[in-house]
Design a protein around this ligand. Structure first.
Ligand SMILES: *Cc1c(COP(=O)(O)O)cnc(C)c1O
Length: 345
């Protein structure tokens, strides 16, 4: 797949859940301005960025910690609470980073079976034991793109033992709505053991700059800084993220365009006999009518050879029949549908 495209076509990567739109002129200008001052350190605690995040989300800036992507923060949280042989509980098809983090810490990863590709809240709760230190939940989730109902998230927070930390990863929360995100942040205020993680990599389109943030209870904040690299969010990333928060209309318009494309592509694929899991994100998990893993593999190869399109196949147990792709520009999405059509012929 990493080799040259056989027809010499440009490669369209639809496998990383990235936004297809580049930085706005204002964000680009902020990036350029900081690069001319690259001799200076960025602010170690991301003060201005935290204040802007706080203002935009109605949160106390002191309750926010920024990191080198939310990836760093998920790791920092886990390193704080999980030791060798402790348990981390996740949903069956939970985000791959959760497993990677558990592996790094030599912790036991406990996977709770899903119901129709959606997290089972009762199952998660009953999987918690005396050895459980952390529950990771991405909602909406990657790679399934599905979401468990908000009331279940609330119920999970309410019923969780208070000595187990619940991390709610809202990497795709903006695609479900800023109101939803705000209500999840309320859980951090209500419960001393709940942390919410957010990112600038998806809806804000700054994946390459590596900025994420988390909203945590007061007692946890110093511990998170202690485990985080001092200058982990560089000055360019801080400036770009800050300016991106000042363009909510642009961000909302981009989200709306992605959602419109998601609906269009889902219906066109379903006309071709493919089924897509209901997506609450900027990507989809889809399956051919025959649901054959070998055909899924063949489709991945065909999309690249035929159209230069790179999609993802998790090969994860239980998801072997699916491919995952991110919604891109309309012309790229159309190219994908057309190429699927040729595959089926
Ligand atoms: C993409 C993604 C992230 C974001 O990771 P960053 O390190 O912030 O780029 C976090 N969680 C999930 C579930 C994701 O899919």
């Amino acid at each position: 797949m990493s080799g040259a495209q056989p027809k010499g076509l440009p490669v369209i990567n639809m496998s990383f859940n990235e936004l297809p739109f580049g930085p706005s002129p204002a964000v680009s200008a902020a990036i350029d301005a900081v690069t001319t001052k690259a001799n200076f350190y960025g602010n170690p605690s991301c003060q201005a960025l935290r204040e802007e995040i706080g203002q935009c989300n109605g949160l106390d800036p002191e309750a926010i910690v920024c990191g080198n992507g939310s990836e760093e923060l998920l790791d920092v949280i886990a390193r704080n609470f999980v030791r060798y042989d402790d348990e981390i509980v996740i949903s069956e098809f939970g985000y791959i980073q959760f497993a990677i983090i558990a592996n790094r810490l030599a912790a036991r990863l406990v996977k709770v079976p899903e119901i129709e590709f959606t997290t089972d809240v009762e199952g998660l709760l009953s999987a918690i034991t005396a050895k459980t230190k952390l529950v990771f939940l991405a909602n909406p989730n990657n790679p399934t793109a599905t979401m468990m109902p908000e009331k279940d998230v609330v119920q999970l927070a309410e019923k969780m033992p208070k000595d187990v930390v619940l991390v709610i990863d809202l990497a795709y929360g903006e695609f479900t709505g800023f109101d939803y995100c705000a209500r999840v942040h309320d859980l951090v205020r209500r419960f001393e053991n709940v942390v919410v993680a957010r990112t600038f990599s998806k809806a804000y389109g700054l994946a390459g700059l590596r900025v994420g943030w988390c909203h945590a209870p007061d007692w946890m904040i110093p511990r998170l800084y202690a485990a985080r690299g001092m200058g982990s969010v560089n000055a360019v990333a801080q400036a770009a993220a800050l300016v991106s928060l000042r363009e909510p209309d642009l961000v909302n318009a981009r989200i709306a365009q992605i959602i419109a494309e998601r609906d269009r592509v889902a219906s066109e694929l379903s006309e071709l006999g493919l089924s897509c899991l209901p997506s609450q994100t900027n990507f989809m998990l889809t399956m051919l009518a025959d649901g054959d893993p070998e055909q899924a593999e063949a489709l991945v190869a065909h999309l690249f050879d035929d159209a230069g399109i790179v999609v993802n196949r998790t090969r994860e147990k239980g998801l072997e029949r699916y491919i995952r792709f991110s919604l891109s520009l309309p012309e790229h999405n159309t190219a994908l549908v057309q190429s699927v059509k040729r595959f089926l012929r």
